[in-house]
Design a protein around this ligand. Structure first.
Ligand code: GAF
Length: 405
């Protein structure tokens, strides 16, 4: 029997000492080390930028940032994964065409500078084991980890909520994805063993201990990321905003799809294009589903919770049209496999992972079955990650903390 492929090149065995040693080797000084996790989302997809509800959690996969002061006026960013270095001026962190990963960080510096923080020259190294392009929000983890590290190094004392907004700003303006707040919020605010429901309008959130009983969280990585992902994401957001503007003419108090009911859409259906109608119908239903799903968990009704995950996938695939052949295949296979209580695509879509709740004793069989079906039908290797819920962005405490002060 083949060993299921549960590890990306850098799996859970990856140690922060690796990045620390690299920093010591390059810059001969002890770095401040920060970890910032990827996230999963149980339910509530494409609801965050509609001011709705989401149910995410931070996971045991981190982006690591090693940071220290630069003696030189020039600052450097180095990515271990890409083996690329960028030199830049912290007072003028302009967007670059190459290397593109640096823009996630440069946008963060830009926000610090624009907000009047006196940022000093730095050296930073980036590494980690959040799979990229997998819908696990490695980009938000990168932005949050770097923002948190930059803040800690300087001792500015910026609240986490402000850092979350700085990270989101970078994604919007330096990366070009008009994302909602879920990813940055989850990476920064996650809590070990807990998921939370976040109200993306008020940013009120409530943690709850996640008791999945006999079920494990297994992510199946389709290993594809279709190139239209970013453009389509921004288009979906615009379609939702169009729906709001149509309804606002009839219901002036509406601010976002969060305020819309299915009846309102039906009453004015003729004014929507078929696509706008589908998009808005999905979001309104999904918002409702998050609240019902939270209620399921409170009652310990996992079967109903899992059913709602399938419903979400169906909506994302047919109405919101952000799934793809590979993700639909993985969800269909999961549904067929005895011992899965719920499965769906996760994150922005057009590739990345599905999230599956799988009976603990059947996890290996599940991974083997889906991997081999995927290889046979899609002609690709699937990766799988069994994940646990962990704390949000934090300093790695075992290592001495340098400061610019
Ligand atoms: C991406 C975005 F970054 C999030 O804000 C969210 O909209 C998600 O897609 C879809 O729910 O991860």
């Amino acid at each position: 029997m083949n060993q299921p492929n549960v590890l990306t090149p850098k799996g859970p065995e990856f140690q922060p000492s690796e990045i620390r040693n690299k920093f010591l080797e390059r810059y001969k000084t002890e770095p401040l080390l920060v970890r910032s996790p990827g996230r999963i989302n149980f339910i509530g997809e494409h609801t965050d930028y509609n001011e709705g509800f989401v149910m995410p959690a931070a996971i045991d996969r981190d982006i690591l940032v090693a940071i220290g002061a630069s003696e030189d006026p020039r600052s450097t960013l180095y990515s271990v994964k890409h083996d690329e270095t960028l030199e830049f001026d912290v007072k003028h962190p302009e967007k670059v065409t190459f290397p593109s990963w640096a823009n996630y960080l440069l946008g963060v510096v830009r926000q610090f500078v624009d907000k009047g923080y006196d940022v000093k020259p730095i050296h930073a190294i980036i590494d980690g084991n959040v799979p990229t392009g997998a819908g696990l929000s490695s980009s938000a983890a990168l932005e949050c980890g770097f923002a948190f590290a930059l803040d800690h190094l300087h001792g500015f004392g910026i609240p986490k909520l402000e850092l979350i907004h700085i990270a989101q700003w970078s994604e919007h303006n330096y990366v070009g994805v008009k994302c909602g707040i879920m990813d940055q919020f989850s990476s920064m605010m996650g809590a070990a063993g807990k998921a939370f429901v976040l109200d993306c309008r008020s940013l009120a959130y409530e943690y709850f201990s996640l008791d999945l009983k006999d079920y494990a969280i297994v992510l199946c990585d389709s290993m594809v990321k279709h190139s239209l992902a970013n453009t389509a994401y921004n288009t979906r957001r615009a379609e939702c905003e169009k729906g709001v503007s149509i309804l606002k003419a009839h219901y002036p108090s509406i601010q976002s799809l969060r305020d819309v009911t299915p009846d309102m859409i039906e009453a004015h259906r003729a004014e929507f294009s078929p696509k706008e109608y589908d998009r808005c119908t999905y979001v309104v239903a999904e918002n409702q589903r998050v609240l019902l799903a939270a209620d399921d968990l409170a009652k310990g009704n996992l079967a109903s919770f899992g059913q709602r995950m399938y419903e979400t996938h169906d909506g994302l695939s047919r109405l919101y049209e952000v799934s793809c052949l590979e993700l639909d295949f993985l969800v269909d296979e999961a549904k067929k496999f005895g011992g899965v209580i719920g499965a769906r695509m996760m994150g922005g879509g057009f590739g990345g992972c599905t999230i599956n709740l799988v009976q603990k004793g059947r996890v290996n069989a599940f991974i083997e079955t889906l991997s081999s079906a995927y290889r046979k039908n899609i002609h690709r290797d699937m990766h799988a990650y069994v994940v646990a819920l962990k704390d949000g962005t934090s300093v790695i405490p075992t290592i001495a903390k340098p400061s610019l002060l």
